[in-house]
Write a protein that binds this ligand. Structure first.
Ligand code: DUT
Length: 164
């Protein structure tokens, strides 16, 4: 089971650095973070190419897809911090083999729209769970997700330091 406590701490530190760097201290940036998450989910779907019935081009490699996945995770954690909805753990989601990756993306967008409409903790958890289901469908292990998150978090810190 994934434990998010450490990841929220890393996200908090990163978000504070970004806000300071851009003179946005204590701004909640809710609409920006929500739109950023929509975009990251779209970028992830694009790399998997799961919905591109018109194309025979293969999906991007696993590493690239994992990188996009953890970009989305950054914004989910960030939204949790914004609303003080940090969740320590979420139980393993039941995976249904008959549901396509494309459907899972569409459901994830629905849960994000629901959260945007009504920013309750249960809608946040539902969003997070549906995000994790996509990770499972993509066969990412907890270790891979944590490792890639830590890597990208570091990259993000360096980018701020070097004026990204
Ligand atoms: O408050 C914030 C703002 C951004 N990020 C992170 C999330 C993500 O990992 C990265 C933004 O995504 P990306 O690296 O794709 O940035 P971009 O500016 O869209 O990249 P590019 O211009 O290279 O496409 O910054 C946070 O964690 N907190």
């Amino acid at each position: 089971m994934l434990n998010f406590t450490e990841l929220y701490a890393m996200q908090k530190s990163l978000d504070e650095k970004i806000e300071k760097q851009h003179g946005l201290e204590n701004k909640k940036l809710i609409q920006e973070r929500i739109l950023a998450l929509y975009v990251e989910i779209g970028e992830l779907a694009n790399e998997t190419r799961c919905f591109k019935f018109w194309s025979t081009k293969p999906a991007s490699d696993r590493e690239k897809i994992l990188e996009e996945y953890v970009d989305g995770l950054h914004f989910i954690l960030s939204l949790g911090l914004t609303f003080s909805y940090e969740v320590e753990q979420l139980s393993e989601q039941q995976q249904r083999n008959d549901v396509s990756l494309t459907s899972l993306f569409n459901t994830l967008y629905e849960t994000l729209a629901k959260f945007d409409k009504e920013k309750t903790k249960s809608n946040y958890i539902n969003l997070f769970e549906n995000f994790l289901i996509i990770g499972q469908k993509l066969t990412f292990s907890n270790e891979e997700i944590i490792g890639a998150y830590i890597e990208k978090n570091k990259v993000n810190i360096v980018r701020q330091r070097t004026g990204y």
